[in-house]
Design a protein around this ligand. Structure first.
Ligand SMILES: [Fe+2]
Length: 607
């Protein structure tokens, strides 16, 4: 086996990097954990360095450097400004509204000839200071061609400055990497059966919605794609119309949906139908040309409809169209398994709806954190596949993401004993912690390597009982301040999942990528802290011995004590802050909130 090293980099939200050796991805990091700015945008220098450090290599040792986003992702000055402003990380709700009111409305609806939102959003002052490229080249008076050439030059220079060899650097097509991540990351796939891969997202460069197939002889090949899939953007701009943050709060709209009435005879649903449809000719979801924009077109109708009803109708409309698309895939391609990625696949409720309603497909797989941060894995898999094909190495040697605990691990050093001298420190025991959880304690778990992605999967998690009274309020009051309608997620062992929740066609549901419905005969009170009261669904992480042994053991101990091998699991961070990276970050959360205890590797610290 040729042990090539590939490094993959993503520069938009969430900026991240991952590294592989031979057929396997070994480490991955998200930049926001280091710079403490949510959804960070920009060259992820800390993440790149962490990747190199993990393998103990120099930049020049990397054989292939793949940077997500080739020239097709840069279509206008705004694509460059999106990067320079770090828009998806730094904009507030008011900023997004301002941009729409003073730029997009004029450009799209009034046909004014303004090229960019540079000026209306504050000009040079908006260019963020914490970039790793020299941003002085940007002059809005220059044309796009010039600015793009200057930007791409500086982008390349930044990577060369790190020490990567120019001949090893390639800029990769964005959209297809979602397919690489969706297919190759799956553990229990079968390379020989009929595998169809699809993705749906807001903006993917050439296409934002596509279908591809995998064959052992040729790898992943595009079948069809479109850039007219606009349901991801519709969800984004409806989020803004509901006064929530686009690129961030879409999950809150989804969480609100079950409380509302999803009336398909409502004007809003009918209005959506006027513009978005399933195109039987192409087999893809399409948008009619008469739709000029996605924010103002529906604004008035949304403003005149109750917020929960808007969410319910939007979610219903999305689910109905997606199901039409997937059912057509079943008829046309007769796949054994469907692999589904892209930002829209973050919608865990739609994923349950699809996987429950597919009739002939055996497996439905949604990969870890299918939005853009996981496109870095797509980058590694893309480079590995191309290398294997060229060297005639069978593609079934490419290793899946057997384990997504790919981040940093920190040692609990002596210095921390001093920092924690006012607290009780003991050796960690599953039994002791399970008793505490049972009795209503809220405990931070900081253990081993950090998990990658937007979901905490046990190693950087805050844990609590699934049914102890008052837990949701306790966590919300001092730590998370989640919106009152949002339920918490849970971790559960595979045996327990089948006992309490209905099965669906989801394959490898290890990453909280799909909802599950609580069985009718199970009392909701048993899961009241982790199941949505309006539709009885939960967002479980299924824990097995293989994917997290120590966490699995904790859940089993909890089962002995409480009768159910499940736990409330929310990410280890304070409201609006990033997930903890270092032990100091974790101690800081412990000291400044009402957390009752904290597990740090093999120690348990309590107040
Ligand atoms: Fe994407």
């Amino acid at each position: 086996m040729n042990e090539i090293i590939t490094l993959s980099v993503y520069e938009y939200h969430n900026a991240s990097a991952s590294i592989s050796r031979g057929p396997k991805i070994l480490a991955a990091f998200q930049e926001d954990r280091f710079v403490k700015k949510k959804n960070e945008v920009g060259i992820p220098l800390n993440s790149i360095n962490a990747c190199l450090k993990y393998l103990n290599i120099k930049a020049s040792d990397v054989d292939y450097i793949g940077i997500v986003n080739d020239q097709d992702s840069f279509k206008s000055k705004n694509s460059i400004l999106n990067f320079l402003f770090k828009r998806q990380s730094r904009y507030s709700v008011d900023d997004w509204k301002r941009e729409n009111n003073f730029f997009w409305q004029k450009k799209l609806l009034q046909n004014k000839k303004i090229e960019s939102f540079f000026k209306v959003m504050g000009g040079k002052q908006r260019i963020q200071k914490d970039h790793h490229i020299n941003t002085k080249f940007y002059n809005d008076k220059k044309n796009f061609k010039y600015l793009n050439a200057e930007f791409q030059k500086r982008r390349l220079e930044a990577y060369k400055k790190i020490g990567f060899k120019e001949k090893n650097i390639s800029f990769l097509p964005h959209y297809i990497l979602h397919h690489y991540q969706a297919f190759y990351s799956c553990i229990n796939k079968n390379f020989s059966q009929k595998n169809i891969i699809v993705h749906c997202e807001g903006d993917g460069g050439v296409y934002n919605h596509a279908i591809s197939k995998f064959t052992k002889s040729r790898g992943i090949e595009l079948i069809k794609g479109t850039s007219n899939f606009n349901l991801g953007r519709l969800y984004q701009w409806t989020t803004l119309n509901l006064n929530m943050l686009p690129y961030h709060d879409e999950y809150k709209v989804m969480g609100l949906a079950p409380y509302g009435d999803s009336d398909i005879n409502h004007n809003l649903y009918k209005n959506f139908q006027k513009f978005f449809y399933f195109n039987y000719k192409t087999g893809l979801i399409d948008t009619k040309k008469k739709l000029k924009d996605l924010y103002f077109t529906f604004k008035q109708l949304i403003n005149n409809t109750r917020f929960d009803k808007v969410a319910a109708i939007l979610q219903k409309f999305l689910e109905d169209l997606l199901l039409k698309f997937f059912k057509n895939i079943e008829i046309k391609f007769k796949p054994h398994s469907i692999f589904y990625g892209g930002g829209v696949a973050m919608n865990v409720k739609a994923n349950l709806y699809i996987s429950s309603n597919l009739k002939k497909t055996k497996n439905f797989f949604v990969p870890l954190s299918p939005a853009d941060e996981s496109n870095v894995f797509g980058g590694n898999f893309f480079l590995i596949e191309k290398h294997f094909l060229k060297n005639q190495i069978p593609l079934n040697n490419i290793k899946p993401l057997e384990n997504i605990y790919l981040g940093n691990k920190y040692k609990f050093k002596k210095i921390y004993f001093n920092k924690l001298q006012n607290y009780k420190i003991s050796k960690y025991s599953n039994k002791h912690v399970s008793e505490k959880i049972k009795n209503g304690d809220v405990i931070g778990r900081y253990f081993g390597r950090a998990e990658f992605g937007q979901r905490a999967l046990g190693n950087r998690s805050i844990l609590a009982s699934i049914d102890y009274p008052g837990i949701v309020e306790k966590i919300n009051k001092k730590i998370k301040s989640r919106d009152f309608w949002m339920p918490f997620a849970l971790s559960i062992t595979d045996d327990e999942l089948n006992k309490y929740f209905y099965k669906n066609r989801s394959l490898d549901p290890f990453y909280m990528t799909t909802c599950y419905k609580l069985k009718d005969e199970i009392d909701l009170n048993k899961f009241k802290n982790v199941v949505h009261p309006a539709d009885r669904t939960g967002r479980p992480q299924i824990v097995t011995k293989m994917n997290n042994l120590e966490y699995f053991d904790l859940l089993n101990e909890l089962k002995k004590i409480t009768g159910v091998g499940a736990i409330l699991n929310t990410s280890f961070n304070i409201h609006k802050k990033t997930i903890v990276e270092t032990i100091d970050d974790a101690i800081n959360v412990f000291k400044t909130t009402n957390l009752d205890g904290i597990i740090i590797n093999n120690y348990y610290i309590s107040k």
